[in-house]
Design a protein around this ligand. Sequence first.
Ligand SMILES: Nc1ncnc2c1ncn2[C@@H]1O[C@H](COP(=O)(O)OP(=O)(O)OP(=O)(O)O)[C@@H](O)[C@H]1O
Ligand SMILES: Cc1cn([C@H]2C[C@H](O)[C@@H](COP(=O)(O)O)O2)c(=O)[nH]c1=O
Length: 217
Amino acid sequence: MDDVHMTHAHGLFISLEGGEGVGKSTQSRILADRLRALGHEVILTREPGGAPGAEDIRRLLVTGEPGRWHPMSETLLHVAARVEHVAKTVRPALDRGAVVITDRYVDSTRVYQGILQGIGGPVVDELHRIALADLMPDLTLVLDLPSTQGLARANRRLGDEDRYERMGDAFHARLRDAFVALARTHHKRCRLIDASGTEEQVAQAIWPHIQTLVSTR
Ligand SMILES: Nc1ncnc2c1ncn2[C@@H]1O[C@H](COP(=O)(O)OP(=O)(O)OP(=O)(O)O)[C@@H](O)[C@H]1O
Ligand SMILES: Cc1cn([C@H]2C[C@H](O)[C@@H](COP(=O)(O)O)O2)c(=O)[nH]c1=O
């Protein structure tokens, strides 16, 4: 079942999703630059993070040992970070008509915690309904790349924020499959993008979807 919710009135809400190192940050930046060049106000943000309290929570999630949290604690930390992010950054920007581009959002919780860490999709969706009033992106770009290639890219620029990268090869292979399945399930909102080309090729694959979205608003 698809899940398009139009719970904001003015701006455009775009999320980028996928496994580690698929190019979400790179493509978010390219997209923001292109939209700004057309005169749009663009807020480029990320999860976990994107607001002061959410960035504090991010440190708890992306550093340390892979098993440091119970999966439910981990889920609640991501939801708490998202509440701060949406309240302080996303909603105010959408309310004044800006384009918000976020590097990860609730689909990451659905896949990482809901599927891979066993919390269950319905539990994640219920938490999202309670805590975020079901706010969903207008468009989600799911970047797809074999997990070994993504991890090789990600490992080139790792600092100490490597907790998820250390969750193992099998975890990351399953992650890719889960994102592809999610994109197919939520096909009205999601676009599956082949992320194996150059930065420019991937950006060219993304742009027509953005033009369609902007022209229909
Ligand atoms: N199309 C591409 N081809 C080759 N390298 C790329 C491409 N896109 C991004 N990279 C490089 O791969 C690395 C990871 O890219 P990026 O940070 O954009 O990915 P990400 O999906 O945001 O990663 P993470 O989920 O780990 O934060 C960076 O060093 C970036 O320069
Ligand atoms: C939003 C969100 C994120 N995660 C994980 C996925 C990533 O490994 C890290 C964030 O690191 P990035 O380099 O900024 O992509 O957090 C998660 O497990 N659940 C979530 O909801």
